[in-house]
Write a protein that binds this ligand. Structure first.
Ligand code: DLZ
Length: 164
């Protein structure tokens, strides 16, 4: 039996040349958000998106991502896709549940309402270690996988689909 490989199988022929991509990221948990943004940008660049066509903006926390993504898409109508990046880590109150739920629903709404693909680059982690692993910087001996890579590929794939 074939070995199970968790995660997305990326398209091999992704070409982001000519695409304009907006990245909106939080300043909450910035030491984890930073490598995710870096991984996203590196992947966009290696798929042919030029540096001038990558717009990067920041907001305080995840709860601000839907509003900021909506407004920035409105201000930059030439953008082909938006990647909204943040890291939520569960604490001892109910904040995590409320912010995670409203952020994810809000981002989905922005995509459907604007007609522009919005990629969910929000990690919702139960522990700090989970977040470090998903940003590819690990803490317990294995680096994990930088999810920014997948988000960049998803943005290009959806932007191309939207141009058809
Ligand atoms: C308040 C809060 C908490 C408790 N945790 C996080 C978090 O883990 N990640 C994150 O991005 N933001 C967090 N925030 C801040 C909210 O998202 C938001 O910025 C504030 O409630 C102001 O609206």
């Amino acid at each position: 039996m074939a070995e199970f490989e968790k995660g997305v199988v990326p398209r091999k022929d992704l070409n982001g040349a000519g695409l304009r991509i907006l990245i909106v990221h939080t300043r909450w948990n910035l030491s984890i958000v930073d490598p995710l943004v870096k991984g996203t940008i590196e992947t966009l660049r290696s798929a042919g998106v030029t540096a001038e066509n990558i717009l990067v903006r920041d907001v305080p926390g995840a709860f601000e991502l839907p509003f900021a993504s909506q407004q920035l898409l409105r201000q930059h109508p030439d953008v082909d896709a938006c990647i909204s990046i943040g890291v939520l880590i569960k604490g001892s109150t109910m904040h995590f549940e409320y912010i995670a739920d409203s952020t994810c629903h809000g981002l989905m709404r922005v995509g459907l309402d604007s007609g522009k693909p919005v990629v969910l680059g929000v990690l919702t982690c139960l522990t700090e270690d989970q977040a470090f692993e998903r940003a590819g910087i690990g803490r317990q001996g294995h680096a994990g996988h930088n999810h920014g890579i997948d988000w960049a590929q998803a943005a290009i794939e959806m932007a191309l689909l939207n141009k058809k």
